[in-house]
Write a protein that binds this ligand. Sequence first.
Ligand SMILES: [Zn+2]
Length: 338
Amino acid sequence: MALNNISMQKCSLCLQNDANKKNTHYLTDSIIRTAINYEGLNEREKGFYFNMPLNNSFVDFNFQRNTPIDKIEDAIERSLSDDEIEKAKKVPFSVDYVFCKDCENKFTQIENAFVSNILTKFRKQDLSNVEHQLISDIKLFLIFFLLQIWRTHICVNYFKLSESVAENLRKLIWQYPNVNTIDLKKYPMIINYLETLGGDVAYTSNYVGCMNTSNRYVIFMNDFFITFFDEDLSYKAYIKKYRQDTDFNNYELYINIIHNESRIQMLESIKKQKRDKVIQYCVNQINTIWGNYKNIQPSENEINKVLNILIQNNNGSPLYYSQANLDSSIESIIKSMA
Ligand SMILES: [Zn+2]
């Protein structure tokens, strides 16, 4: 869509220039690329990914322009609708006309510095005996992850910081590098690195997605897993409840390593939670659709029968249905049982 200068919005970072930049990645491309590329290849525009909005039951998927459609259909075990193909052709995790070229350059400087000074201590390193990796450039470390949190807030409608927190982050990013480390430490974060063993293809099992509860914000960014807290109190409560085993008093000094086995367990457990939510959704839909067709409610036996056919039709997994696909499948199974 062509935008003329009169209607162009102002850049969300500087609030001054026209938002004239297209294709700004709001999650750093060089971090997420290996998770979203077919077979984990480190190449642009050749891959597909599963976006898992963690507070939603349905798996959204996307693919990049050079991925063969049959590869995607093999992976998700169903055919794609035309709408899905159109939607999926968009460049993932990027936005047009939200930022200006100057601010994009600022982002790139932070991201490039992170990739050359910090990322190299994690990817393709032997971390088998490492529990925490100490960080020497704390300022760069903090600004890089705050940038991911803030840009996701700007670009994703279901990931929202409070206005005052977002404005504080905007100023810090805008003023960087002329900011004090103590100001960057105002909001606690836990950064985990997911040790990913098994070659390039293993990265495609990692997630890219985000969620937020009232005061905790989570971003899965391939092999990095960010938890951000908008206040100290909720951070302390979280540590007390879930992470008593670890000293998080100086969270800004290191990245916590989650080893490969635990990574696999963690991703499986998220998948299971989503699977349970999808099953619950199916039961509700079966009740409604059955009721509409037959004017009576289905018995437990009948519900299970529909559920079994549904799962069998999809190689034992209800996870890779889209919502529309699921609704129409339930409907046709109930019709066939009439
Ligand atoms: Zn700008």
